[in-house]
Design a protein around this ligand. Structure first.
Ligand SMILES: [Zn+2]
Length: 436
């Protein structure tokens, strides 16, 4: 049988079934989809492919899903560090955004983020930022998969004046992109403390009709809880539940502040949690009790958050930090083992985004979003268990090749769709502008 692509790998880690590792297997890809996963010896008999890639030193696994980003904020990487969340937002990030945010800012910041993510093995990101139409445009241009959040916040920005306009512009973008196979458009109300009841009620109704997810920062810091008790007389989760937002289409990002009774309510709702361990640590926001959430049967995905609070979009770093932090927080070294961390960074992310039938594991019928990691470098030798090496020892520099929907976007560490020199010169201009 003649097909588009065969990838022969030393190891294939499909993520589903859990903890499976296949040796000397091949992935058969046609029309952007996985059609077979089989021993390489059999693949040579069964398929002739237009393109054949041999990965004799590599593990092939599903592309990583970064379930919470503000991609354009890569331009603010390192501009204000070592500050608590509200001081960081009020005195640094929001004023800078007020001054500089524009279509060009979002275009160049998104390009940088996509380049960084592809080189780090991320094939899908779930974004929340202004000018989402520009983020969508850049993702399409570079062949990147994205959930482009339709941002909603109570205050005006250069993008939009009021919450009605945020929703209108968001809906127009949703309509425009509904047939793009690489893009989806969840609603992205910023946080309980920045979005009031009326617009939240409205998007709940629209999200139900359109069957799109809702993506929101929730219970990020203790301060947020105090503020809510003062303003609404209830904790944010309680308020969101009353507004009808806690459903299987809801993604709550951060969730560092939680009471046991709330975990039960949350678990019953079928909503998802996106854990951003490095951002929580850097902003000293608190500790997300991941082991408790997993025990309660909650789907927990992983995200980096924006590059201004991390400061990278490195899902390898995030997997490792998540695994280590969960052990420390639970006081139990057995929680969040390596294969669970990998699952959180792939299939759990896909599930949170409502894309579990499309991506997140290497299974026949799913889109061919996959990455190759060279494990024969000294840093990951000797090798007893490839998943252990990937989570606890490998770095993103070991990612050599990346495919999204069967199209190769990184080849032996070279970006196929982004011109690095041109991007570097645009970044240099931003650095001079923002530094002045
Ligand atoms: Zn965030």
């Amino acid at each position: 049988m003649h097909i588009d692509t065969i990838v022969n790998a030393r190891w294939i880690i499909p993520v589903q079934p859990d903890a499976a590792v296949f040796q000397r297997h091949s992935l058969a890809i046609d029309n952007g989809r996985i059609i077979d996963l089989l021993p390489t010896a059999d693949a040579l008999d069964r398929y002739q492919a237009t393109s054949v890639t041999d990965l004799p030193r590599h593990a092939l696994l599903p592309g990583l899903v970064n379930a919470h980003t503000h991609t354009a904020m890569t331009l603010l990487r390192g501009i204000a560090d070592d500050l608590p969340l509200m001081e960081w937002l009020n005195n640094h990030i929001w004023p800078l955004e007020q001054q500089w945010m524009s279509e060009a800012f979002v275009r160049d910041g998104t390009d940088l983020a996509i380049a960084e993510m592809i080189r780090g093995g991320t094939t899908c990101f779930n974004d929340m930022y202004f000018f989402p139409e520009v983020t969508a445009q850049q993702a399409l241009q570079h062949g990147m998969r994205a959930s482009v959040g339709l941002i909603l916040i109570d205050f005006p920005t250069v993008w939009t004046e009021n919450s009605e306009q945020y929703i209108e512009k968001g809906l127009a973008l949703h309509d425009q992109l509904r047939h793009e196979p690489l893009l989806s458009t969840p609603f992205a109300p910023h946080a309980p403390y920045t979005v009031s009841d009326q617009p939240l009620r409205r998007i709940r109704v629209i999200a139900d009709e359109l069957e799109v997810p809702i993506h929101m920062h929730v219970h990020e810091t203790a301060h947020e809880i105090d503020l809510a008790l003062e303003q609404y007389g209830q904790r944010p989760l309680q308020r969101l539940e009353k507004l009808g937002l806690l459903t299987p289409n809801f993604m709550a990002v951060h969730m560092t502040q939680i009471e046991d009774a709330e975990i039960e309510v949350f678990s019953r709702s079928g909503a998802h949690i996106v854990h951003c361990p490095e951002s929580n640590l850097k902003l000293a926001s608190g500790f997300c009790p991941v082991a408790k959430y997993l025990d309660a049967g909650i789907n927990v995905a992983l995200g980096t958050d924006g590059a201004a609070s991390n400061n990278d979009l490195d899902m390898f770093g995030e997997m490792r930090t998540a695994a280590l932090l969960a052990k420390g927080v639970a006081g139990d070294a057995s929680v969040l083992p390596a294969h669970t961390a990998l699952r959180m960074a792939t299939l759990n992310g896909a599930r949170a985004l409502g894309l579990e039938n499309e991506i997140g594991s290497l299974e026949s019928g799913k889109s061919a979003d996959c990455i190759a990691i060279d494990l024969q470098q000294l840093e990951t030798q000797p090798l007893y268990d490839p998943v252990s090496q990937i989570v606890y020892a490998a770095s993103r520099q070991q990612v050599t090749d990346v495919w999204i929907a069967g199209r190769q976007v990184l080849k032996q560490r070279q970006l196929m769709s982004i011109h690095s020199d041109d991007l570097r010169s645009r970044l240099n201009e931003w650095q001079q502008r923002l530094d002045s």
